[in-house]
Design a protein around this ligand. Structure first.
Ligand code: SAH
Length: 228
């Protein structure tokens, strides 16, 4: 089989695995299918371009994978679920905390108008920026090396915020950068302990609607060190 054929077949299996996971978790999430927009983005983005050092078709396994610096690219189902929970419109401006390899960033850019992404590890931020530029996402995506706990105040407010590493508590700055009606999707909890994926919606008069969606396992959200 040529590489291209193997990739297509692996991608088809990935989409099937995502659909199976959606069914398996429907009791938790309340969702028995995801929107066409999200499924289309999962089909479109070349996941193998984001994971180096393995056979391209392995990149489509429905599993997380290492991306260096003790960090991981999330499992495809988890990327799809978090994107679904953001409920994105094509005009939305999105903030992502934890660029990693940039895969989730590309999925967001397939749907939303603008994506602002912050990565605390300088090497990962630079590599993701190059990769996303090469893949043609440069008009929509802005990657910055910095501490996600601060958010991106100059570009706030955002229609949606996604956090792809787990802090113990909701970072205060982030909820302030959400517009009224905006959605925040975030895993919360201690490393190696049970974490929970939450969706938080900003309501009028400073109130928030908070829903626990699913138990999850994410790398911890790190404070910025001087050497990162
Ligand atoms: N969305 C990524 C998943 C990356 S894993 C992908 O698709 O590849 C989580 C990422 O969050 C890691 O790259 C990690 O370095 C980053 N991170 C951890 N703490 C952070 C912080 N305080 N600010 C910004 N990024 C952070």
């Amino acid at each position: 089989m040529t590489d291209e054929k193997a990739i297509l077949a692996a991608k088809r299996r990935m989409m099937e695995a995502i659909r199976n996971d959606i069914r398996d978790t429907a009791g938790w999430t309340g969702l028995d299918h995801f929107s066409d927009r999200v499924m289309q983005a999962m089909e479109t983005v070349p996941r193998h371009a984001f994971i180096e050092g393995i056979e391209p078709f392995y990149a489509y396994a429905n599993r997380p994978a290492p991306i260096g610096h003790s960090q991981t690219i999330s499992q495809p189902y988890m990327v799809a679920l978090m994107t679904e929970l953001l409920d994105l419109k094509t005009s939305d401006r999105v903030l992502e905390i934890g660029t990693g390899c940039g895969y989730q960033t590309a999925i967001l850019a397939e749907i939303a108008a603008q994506v602002f992404s912050i990565e605390v590890i300088a090497d990962l931020a630079a590599a993701a920026r190059d990769r996303l530029d090469r893949l043609g996402y440069d008009q929509k995506v802005h990657v910055r090396h910095g501490d996600g706990f601060d958010g991106w105040p100059d570009q706030a407010p955002f229609d949606a915020i996604i956090v792809t590493a787990a802090p113990r508590e909701i970072p205060e700055q982030l909820v302030h950068q959400l517009r009224v009606g905006g959605r925040l999707v975030i895993p919360l909890g201690r490393p190696r302990d049970t974490q929970m994926l939450y969706r938080i919606i900003r309501l009028e008069n400073g109130k928030f609607n908070e829903t626990g969606i699913l138990p999850v396992a994410f790398v911890p959200m790190l404070p910025q060190n001087n050497d990162t």
